[in-house]
Design a protein around this ligand. Structure first.
Ligand SMILES: [Zn+2]
Ligand SMILES: [Zn+2]
Ligand SMILES: [Zn+2]
Ligand SMILES: [Zn+2]
Ligand SMILES: [Zn+2]
Length: 223
């Protein structure tokens, strides 16, 4: 077959003729038109030219989903590998979403599994309650408090709104016998002899007081 107007010979049928490269320049081609199936076709615009038809596969070298030649949309964005980006053109399709941030960990995206966003200082990962412990003479006690190992902070209340210092949770030892090394094991007799000495001193001073009263009374009578 050959083009009725330009006279070039071609291969194939009249519907889909393929001209040898170089010779095809002699046709006056129209614009490439999409066929809707991933191919595009152009035809010779010269009146009466029946052989000038070219059909090619659409191509997308710049990876924008559109045929570089006819603008036909070959495929849509898709994200099969779940990285929020189109696997084909790299465009961002979705944002991280879901999951819950705590005081220790960022929220984990339910879609891709990555951590994202900021910590949430008000959502404690591990808030534990510690009941009050009374102090004794030998050991410090503590007030009732809550401690979060996630943010390593101490709180005065169960809702963790009043932060306190670790030192604030400690209550001092009870006053009383100061514990000296060996004090508990000192011989009993030592303590008793001290006590007797005190009693003796009391008697002596008491006796002295009584004596002075008697003396002053006697002085009054003498006048
Ligand atoms: Zn032609
Ligand atoms: Zn095309
Ligand atoms: Zn895409
Ligand atoms: Zn994500
Ligand atoms: Zn915390």
């Amino acid at each position: 077959k050959s083009c009725a107007v330009c006279g070039l010979s071609s291969e194939g049928t009249a519907d889909e003729a393929t001209f040898f490269s170089g010779n095809a320049l002699d046709h006056d081609w129209g614009a490439w038109m999409p066929n809707g199936d991933g191919t595009h076709t152009r035809t010779c615009t010269v009146d009466g030219c029946s052989a000038g038809t070219q059909t090619e596969d659409c191509i997308d070298a710049n990876k924008d989903h559109k045929c570089d030649i006819c603008d036909y949309i070959i495929n849509e964005c898709a994200d099969d590998n779940k990285d929020h980006k189109c696997d084909y053109c790299g465009k961002k399709l979705t944002e991280h979403s879901g999951g819950k941030a705590t005081c220790k960990d960022k929220a984990k995206c339910e879609f891709c599994g990555e951590s994202y966003g900021e910590l949430n200082a008000n959502n404690h990962s591990d808030l534990k309650h510690f009941p009050a412990v009374a102090a004794t003479k030998t050991a410090e006690g503590n007030i009732e408090y809550w401690y979060c190992s996630g943010c390593k902070k101490y709180y005065k209340d169960a809702t963790a709104t009043q932060e306190i210092k670790q030192a604030d949770t400690v209550t001092a030892k009870l006053p009383g016998d100061t514990v000296k090394p060996g004090a508990d094991k000192s011989p009993q007799t030592g303590d008793n002899s001290n006590l007797l000495l005190w009693i003796a001193l009391l008697f002596i001073s008491g006796g002295a007081a009584i004596g002075t009263t008697v003396v002053s009374r006697k002085k009054k009578y003498n006048r």
